[in-house]
Design a protein around this ligand. Structure first.
Ligand SMILES: C[S@@+](CC[C@H](N)C(=O)[O-])C[C@H]1O[C@@H](n2cnc3c(N)ncnc32)[C@H](O)[C@@H]1O
Length: 330
């Protein structure tokens, strides 16, 4: 209990964290509920549904209404319930995101002042792409990058299969990169990543030239461009990254050769290139085939240990791998 505010801060922070992490799987004990007085409830509402960020970029109405209902059901027998819980419940129930998109606000280091906001769906496949939601490997790779920011500082980075852009946006925001290019093969994905860059970098100037959308300020430039691993012949010669990243792009056996070809092409352009690919291993054979294909193309790899989530929450129980890949030395 905070001596200054009289609020049970530990419980308050846990509930705020569950809310932002999309977690409904928690229990409240009677002792906890007894501490959830009016001031506590006000502090919770201010940090979540009443915040300017959430008013501008609402989270999934379905999740928000289930979450608020759960809190109300726990409070009602024991506490006077803050009116805003009921009014916000009505708002969220009317806001059931017809098009399937809503916003997720990812807390960095459990800090409500350090948030990456992403417009995305909760569905695994929409319009024939898996790229319209943030996948677990994106959270893992970003967390690892935030723990190793020196690798990315002042570097030109290229992301393959960027999806809605969580990894690239988080690294761009928090790792002091020089430039980052988001690439993907799907138009809806590219459109959504542009919207997500605008949300997270609202002051950047936007320009479009030669099918590349650029967002710039004095120090950094972010670009979005189509790059289909199957058709890299027209990849402009001046695209020479220092670092290539990719999250959850090793899942389809039919694209492993094109994907490795892209990596090889960038390694040929820059002999010192470092490639970091984070994967959730759903099928061991597919992953083994990826490693074999890298080897056949004279690409070296090492596995980087990922043990615990540090600044970004991700599921530690899954079978996962972060690979560092580079060209074999001649
Ligand atoms: C599982 S999603 C991962 C998205 C994002 N990296 C993440 O982890 O949240 C795979 C992404 O790879 C992209 N992708 C699949 N095949 C591709 C190809 N041939 N060329 C470029 N991108 C491709 C998809 O459009 C999708 O955005």
């Amino acid at each position: 209990m905070s001596a200054k505010t009289g609020i049970n801060d530990l419980l308050l922070n846990q509930l705020i964290e569950h809310f932002y992490n999309g977690n409904l799987n928690f229990c409240l004990q009677k002792d906890d509920i007894d501490t959830m007085n009016w001031d506590f409830q006000q502090a919770f509402l201010d940090a979540t549904v009443n915040s300017e960020l959430l008013k501008q970029y609402p989270i999934s109405g379905k999740f928000a209404s289930l979450y608020l209902k759960k809190i109300i059901q726990n409070l009602e027998p024991n506490q006077e319930v803050h009116d805003d819980f009921y009014s916000q419940l009505c708002t969220t129930m009317n806001n059931l995101n017809q098009d399937g998109f809503s916003y997720r606000h990812y807390l960095i280091g459990n800090d409500t002042n350090n948030i990456v906001t992403i417009k995305e769906t909760r569905n695994m496949v929409v319009n024939g792409t898996t790229g319209l939601k943030t996948w677990e490997a994106a959270l893992m790779l970003s967390d690892w990058a935030l723990c190793n920011p020196e690798i990315f500082a002042n570097k030109n980075i290229q992301e393959l299969g960027c999806g809605v852009g969580f990894t690239g946006i988080t690294i761009s925001k928090l790792c002091n990169v020089k430039s980052l290019t988001f690439t993907d093969c799907h138009n809806d994905v590219l459109k959504t990543v542009c919207e997500n860059i605008q949300i997270n970098f609202p002051h950047y100037k936007q320009e479009t030239a030669h099918d590349i959308t650029m967002f710039k300020d004095q120090e950094k430039s972010l670009s979005v461009m189509m790059l289909d691993w199957n058709t890299i012949d027209n990849l402009p010669d001046n695209v020479i990254p220092d670092i290539v990243i990719g999250a959850d792009i090793v899942y389809d056996p039919s694209i492993l050769i094109p994907l490795c070809n892209v990596i090889k092409t960038f390694c040929t352009r820059n002999k010192r290139l470092e490639v970091y690919i984070a994967s959730v291993i759903r099928n061991e054979e597919t992953f083994a085939l990826f490693l074999k294909t890298l080897d056949k193309m004279d690409l070296e790899f090492e596995k980087i240990q990922l043990n615990k989530s540090v600044l970004i929450k991700w599921d530690e129980s899954i079978d996962k791998c972060l690979l560092k890949i580079n060209a074999k030395l001649e």
